[in-house]
Design a binder for this molecule. Structure first.
Ligand code: TXA
Ligand code: MG
Length: 345
């Protein structure tokens, strides 16, 4: 199959709408990452999303809408959902709601809940409006690879598998949306993202829990609250190790670890803050952004992780940031890329 890469335009949206209504797939930018969309009400179209990604069938998809009125036939809202939608939509917050029968089980992997979100990216909004369908869309990467934050990343993974990618430039947030469960008692963040637990808590006026597996591996026999948390994810081919501690100790240790690997013939590099690039100039520094700007680190992270593979890195040593605010989302993704392997400096 030829994969067209088109800039947003009225013609692009009408071609994309035709593809979606005909049961085909379209990749499109959102403010978080690129999504791989299908008509959420068409079970066969949804199955082809799983096929294109190589995604396990038991990992459910998020349904994207442009107007809250689209929710009525799809689901009922748990307590607190309306307030959060009013506060943060359109934006990077996904909320689990109670599914109605019209939503195919292929979308929800048989779960009684359906995840819904209203993206804020103008291209996503225009597409959702033009097709006027609820669109089921996971991130547009092959399963297991870092999520795509540019159209070129999508092309790397989806070339020949889908008919159309809409190129909206680089995604702003850079990590996927916050996934929030309000259906099972206390609010629980299943996956941290741009809307932080603190922001949610201040709207609900209640405490917000964070799922245990956000900053550590799932324990044996522990069930994942969000099926996506079970899988190896965001991981480059290299063995990634996180190094934490005061920066006057971290920076020399990063350098030592990386140079030791190189001496053993293992291609190695460091992921470091902008402020430390000069000090690490002899160990292939990859600038993840300033330590004072976690949003910038989120914005760049997946692009940096993909580059590691392009460059054939085998061992990578990375700085860490405090898991607070957007830093929680960054450390969740970086932690999983490293299988939570950490050394204290
Ligand atoms: O920012 C985003 O959320 C992007 C853009 C394209 O919107 N989408 C995205 O989708 O990241 P995906 O499929 O890569 O991640 C969806 C996550 C998975 O971890 C999945 O397990 C979880 O949401 N999820 C979806 N429906 C769920 C449900 N009913 N219950 C629990 N977790 C659910
Ligand atoms: Mg994904």
């Amino acid at each position: 199959m030829e994969t067209a890469l088109l800039l947003p335009s009225a013609e692009t949206y009408s071609r994309a709408s035709e593809i979606l209504s005909g049961g085909g797939l379209v990749a499109f930018p959102t403010e978080t990452v690129y999504g791989l969309g299908a008509n959420a009400l068409d079970s066969n179209a949804v199955l082809s999303v799983f096929a294109a990604k190589g995604r396990p069938a038991d990992n459910p998809l998020i349904v994207h809408i442009h107007d809250q009125a689209q929710l009525e036939p799809l689901c009922t809202l748990p307590e607190g959902a309306q307030e959060l939608m009013d506060a943060f939509w359109p934006g990077p917050l996904t909320i689990l709601c109670n599914k109605k029968p019209v939503v195919p089980d292929t979308v929800t992997a048989g779960l009684p809940t359906v995840a819904v979100r209203m993206p804020s990216h103008p291209v996503a909004r225009a597409l959702l409006q033009a097709c006027n369908l609820p669109v089921a869309a996971p991130s547009a990467n092959s399963s297991g690879r870092p999520s795509p934050t540019t159209a070129a990343h999508v092309m790397e993974d989806m070339k020949g598998k889908i008919p159309l990618i809409i190129d909206g430039g680089m995604c702003d947030v850079g990590v996927e949306s916050t996934v929030l469960d309000l259906c099972h008692g206390d609010p629980v963040v299943l996956r941290p993202g741009g809307i932080t637990p603190g922001m949610i808590s201040s709207v609900l006026g209640r405490n917000v829990q964070i799922a245990g597996s956000v900053l550590r591996p799932l324990r044996e026999n522990e069930t994942a609250l969000s099926p996506g948390m079970r899988y190896k994810h965001y991981a480059p081919h290299a063995v990634v190790t996180l190094v934490e501690g005061p920066s006057e100790r971290v920076v020399p240790l990063l350098r030592k670890l990386s140079l030791e690997q190189e001496a053993d013939g293992v291609k190695s590099c460091v992921l470091c803050f902008t402020e430390h690039v000069d000090q690490l100039s002899d160990c292939r520094p990859h600038d993840i952004g300033s330590f004072s700007d976690p949003s910038e680190i989120a914005h760049r992270l997946f692009d940096v992780l993909r580059k590691l593979d392009e460059e054939g890195m085998e061992a990578v040593f990375s700085e860490v940031i405090p898991p607070e605010g957007v830093g929680l989302a960054v450390m969740n993704r970086l932690g999983r890329a490293a299988a939570f392997r950490t050394i204290k400096a």
